[in-house]
Design a protein around this ligand. Structure first.
Ligand SMILES: Nc1ncnc2c1ncn2[C@@H]1O[C@H](COP(=O)(O)OP(=O)(O)OP(=O)(O)O)[C@@H](O)[C@H]1O
Ligand SMILES: [Mg+2]
Length: 258
């Protein structure tokens, strides 16, 4: 981690979908160069919060500042251009297009074809599936494979901030570990990561910072380990079993989350 100044900050963010507020004044900061993981019960507003970062939902009140720039009021495209890329909770590849076409689309803001080729080469090295299944339709890939292609597509923009909404959804334990390893690798390669995860134990372990969202407000922030070790979080989020789980096999968190 390169600095302790806020890279991204949420200040009093209030947002919803018309029928009342889902986010009720969210405050926290994301540090540059780290992995920040948001955990919280279903419906607590995690995806809603991520949508406010990428401009898909405009907050009613509050500020979201990315490297000194106000994101509130900007369009998704303007936010992409600033280097903030989100991989949504639901699969988002174009199923009838090939893997390579999907990945290339990730660089749609980049005009220089040589630069696009250079980036394609680089993501192929990181995600061999982009090369081995290049000409296959994205819809023919398994869920875990699609997730990796989605990661590859988002890296084509060489983002400064990667926003991931439940990347582990639907993955088996082995694929899940590979996915988390990839998140770690993306971070080590210089991407700041903001992540929402149901597999709280595994995700917090690899995260520098943890944020617990409950009912549209931040309940707790700290290092990943602080949040993981907090007994209240076990009660809120993992049925009071988080301490028992820290001794359990890795896939226990998956069973617990079901
Ligand atoms: N498009 C929408 N229109 C109306 N209400 C919505 C919409 N999306 C989410 N909500 C509501 O906002 C609240 C928070 O939803 P959100 O998807 O942010 O939760 P979450 O923490 O991501 O949950 P999960 O863990 O299940 O993904 C829920 O009550 C949900 O019903
Ligand atoms: Mg969600």
């Amino acid at each position: 981690m390169s600095s302790s100044t806020a890279f991204l900050s949420f200040e009093g963010v209030v947002a919803g979908y018309g029928g009342g507020d889902v986010l009720k004044g969210v405050n926290f900061t994301v540090q540059e160069g780290g992995v920040t993981c948001i955990v919280g019960p279903n419906g607590s507003g995690k995806s809603t919060l991520l949508k406010t970062v990428s401009g898909l939902l405009h907050p009613r009140l509050g500020q979201i500042i990315f490297k000194g720039t106000q994101l509130v009021g900007k369009s998704p495209r303007e936010i992409l251009k600033l280097g903030v890329v989100q991989v949504p909770q639901q699969h988002s590849l174009f199923r009838e297009m090939t893997v390579e076409e999907n990945v290339s689309l990730g660089a749609f803001l980049v005009r220089d074809r040589g630069e696009v080729s250079r980036r394609l080469k680089s993501v192929r090295e990181m995600f061999p599936i982009v090369a081995t299944r290049a000409k296959d339709k994205a819809g023919s890939l398994s869920g875990g494979q699609q997730r990796l292609v989605e990661f590859a597509r988002c890296l084509m923009l060489e983002p400064e901030l990667v926003v991931l909404d439940e990347p582990s959804m639907g993955l088996d334990p082995k694929t899940l570990r590979a996915m988390f390893d990839t998140v770690k690798l993306m971070n080590e390669m210089g991407r700041t990561v903001l992540l929402v995860e149901q597999n709280a134990r595994q995700a917090l372990k690899l995260s520098h910072h943890g944020v617990v969202l409950e009912n549209g407000q931040v309940r707790l922030t700290g290092t990943g380990k602080d949040v993981l070790d907090n007994p209240e979080i076990g009660a809120l989020y993992l049925g009071g079993t988080i301490q028992a789980q820290s001794q359990a096999p890795e896939d226990a968190a998956i069973k617990e989350a079901e």
